[in-house]
Design a protein around this ligand. Structure first.
Ligand SMILES: [Zn+2]
Length: 470
C-alpha cells in the first residue's frame, strides 16, 4: 500500500523539477528521428540511445535492441525497473520515439527540430516541435514520473518495463514479431500506451475501443479498350456507371451498410457510456466543429460521436476512370476503379466483410464485365474489457489529478499496438494520453501543452501508485 503522503511528496518533486524535465524533453526533440526517411536512420538510433541512457538514469536496466524482420529496422528500446516494490502488478509502458516528416517546411513558424516555448491564442503555454505531442512529449511524461518516484523514494511503486518503438510512423512492421519473440520478457499484467488524446482540455480519458479496417481497391474491366460513345453508347457496358451503382447500394437511405451479416457481433455501449459521450458532445454540430459540416451523415439513430466511436462505417475513399483531363472526350471507358474502406468495431470479422464486399460488387456486374480486387489491409477492432481490474484504478487516479471525472472514450481510428500486445502477450492495454485534438500532430507547428506535459507526469505518478494497490 502506497500512502497518500508518499504520493504527495513525489508530486511536489515533479512540480519543483519541471524545468529539468522540460530540458530533457527538448534534448530529445532536437533529434530528427524521422523513421520513414532512410537518411535519418542514424538519428533514429541516436534517439533510441538517448532514451536508453535516460532510462538508465531512472534506475532501470535499458538496452537498444536491433530488429531484423522488416526494413528500415529502427531499433527498439527495452528497459526494466531494478528497484520496485515486490508483489505488485507489473506494467509494460509503450510509446514511440520516431516522428513524421516535417513537410511542408515553409509552414513552420519555428524550425521543427528546434523546440520553442510559445503561447497559444488563449495564453496557454505550448511546446512547439515535431514530435512534441506525437509521441516524444507523451513518452517523457511516463519516464519523468518514474524518475520522480526513484528520486524521492528510491524505488517504483510497481514493477515497470518500458518498450519504445522507432517505426510507429512508418508501418511498424517489426513490432508484432518483436513482441512475439520477446514475449516471455515483455509479458506483464497490463500494458500502458501513451499515444492518445484527452477528451477535451479538462477531461482526462482512457481510450477503450478502437476500430479495425478492411481496405479494398476494386478495378472493373469492361471492353478490351476505350470505345467511342457515339458508336457504342448504350450497347457496351460502362464500368464507371456499374461501379457507381454498386457503390451507391453499399449503404441504404438510413445510412446502414447493406452487406449481409455486416452488423453481426456489433454491440452498443451501455447507457452510462453513451451519456458520458453526450456530455462531451451535446450536439452533432459540436462534434463536427471545424469541418464546415453540421449534420451527422451515418446511421440514423446514432449521434455523430457514436457513429465514429462505436459504429462500423463504409466509406468510398477514391474513384476514377474515363477522361479526366482538360476539355471533353466522348469516351466509353474500358476500366474504372475505386478504393473503399470499412472501419470495423470489436466483434466484426474482417475476412467475412471483405468477402461480402467482393460478392456485392460481383453480383452487380453483367457476365462480360470483370472485377479485380486488391487488398490494402484488414484488421479487427479492439476493446478493453470493461471488467479489466486496472481500469477503475486508472480512471480514479486521472480524475484526482485533473479534478474532473475521467471518461472512457472510443477512437474511430486504429492503434495497431493495442491489438498486437493482446495477440502476442495476451494482456490488456490501457490507452492513456494527454494530447489535445488540436495539437496538429503530423502537421506543421506541432505542439504539446505545457499543462499536458506537467499534469501528464503527475497523472502517471498517481496511476503507478494506484496500480500498486491492485
Ligand atoms: Zn503516435
Amino acid at each position: 500500500m502506497v500512502d497518500y503522503a508518499s504520493v504527495e511528496a513525489v508530486l511536489s518533486h515533479v512540480d519543483k523539477t519541471l524545468d529539468k524535465a522540460q530540458e530533457r524533453l527538448f534534448t530529445l526533440l532536437r533529434i530528427p528521428s524521422i523513421s520513414t526517411q532512410s537518411q535519418h536512420a542514424a538519428d533514429c538510433r541516436r534517439a533510441a540511445e538517448w532514451l536508453r541512457d535516460d532510462l538508465k538514469s531512472c534506475a532501470m536496466i535499458a538496452e537498444v535492441r536491433d530488429v531484423r524482420w522488416a526494413k528500415p529496422g529502427n531499433p527498439m528500446v527495452v528497459a526494466h525497473s531494478t528497484n520496485h516494490r515486490d508483489g505488485k502488478p507489473h506494467v509494460l509502458f509503450y510509446g514511440h520515439y520516431d516522428v513524421q516528416p516535417t513537410d511542408p517546411e515553409h509552414e513552420w513558424k519555428t524550425a521543427p527540430f528546434d523546440p520553442q516555448m510559445a503561447e497559444d491564442a488563449s495564453g496557454r503555454k505550448v511546446i512547439i516541435a515535431r514530435g512534441a505531442s506525437d509521441d516524444k512529449g507523451q513518452v517523457m511524461t511516463f519516464l519523468e514520473a518514474c524518475r520522480a518516484w526513484k528520486e524521492v523514494h528510491g524505488e517504483l511503486p510497481v514493477k515497470v518495463s518500458v518498450l519504445l518503438e522507432g517505426e510507429e510512423e512508418s508501418g511498424g512492421e517489426n513490432l508484432l514479431p518483436f513482441l512475439k519473440e520477446n514475449a516471455e520478457e515483455l509479458k506483464a499484467d497490463v500494458a500502458l500506451i501513451c499515444d492518445t488524446t484527452m477528451a477535451d482540455r479538462r477531461t482526462p480519458a482512457i481510450t477503450t475501443s478502437l476500430r479495425g479496417t478492411v481496405a479494398e481497391e476494386v478495378i472493373l474491366s469492361a471492353a478490351t479498350h476505350d470505345l467511342h460513345s457515339g458508336m457504342y453508347g448504350n450497347a457496351a457496358a460502362n464500368p464507371i456507371a456499374l461501379l457507381c451503382q454498386a457503390l451507391a447500394t453499399l449503404r441504404d437511405r438510413d445510412g446502414r451498410v447493406t452487406l449481409p451479416g455486416f452488423y453481426e457481433g456489433v454491440t452498443v455501449p451501455d447507457d452510462a457510456t453513451r451519456a458520458q459521450w453526450r456530455r462531451l458532445f451535446p450536439s452533432d454540430e459540436i462534434f463536427l466543429e471545424g469541418t464546415g459540416l453540421s449534420i451527422a451523415a451515418g446511421e440514423k439513430g446514432f449521434s455523430a460521436v457514436e457513429q465514429t466511436w462505436c459504429r462500423p462505417s463504409c466509406e468510398i475513399n477514391g474513384i476514377s476512370g474515363g477522361y479526366e483531363d482538360e476539355g471533353f472526350k466522348t469516351v466509353l471507358p474500358a476500366t474504372a476503379r475505386a478504393k473503399v474502406s470499412f472501419r470495423l468495431v470489436p466483434g466484426q470479422n474482417p475476412d467475412r466483410i471483405q468477402e461480402a464486399f467482393r460478392q456485392h460488387i460481383r453480383q452487380a456486374l453483367p457476365k462480360d464485365v470483370k472485377a479485380e480486387f486488391i487488398s490494402h489491409g484488414r484488421s479487427e477492432g479492439f476493446a478493453v474489457a470493461k471488467s479489466s481490474q486496472f481500469l477503475p484504478a486508472t480512471l480514479k487516479a486521472l480524475s484526482e489529478e485533473w479534478s474532473n471525472e475521467a471518461v472512457t472514450v472510443g477512437s474511430g481510428g486504429s492503434i495497431p499496438v493495442a491489438g498486437e500486445v493482446r495477440e502476442a502477450l495476451s494482456m490488456d492495454a490501457l490507452m492513456v494520453g494527454f494530447a489535445q485534438a488540436d495539437d496538429r500532430i503530423h502537421s506543421p507547428n506541432e505542439r504539446y501543452g505545457l499543462d499536458s506535459f506537467h499534469k501528464g507526469i503527475r497523472s502517471w505518478v498517481r496511476i503507478l501508485a494506484a496500480l500498486s494497490e491492485k
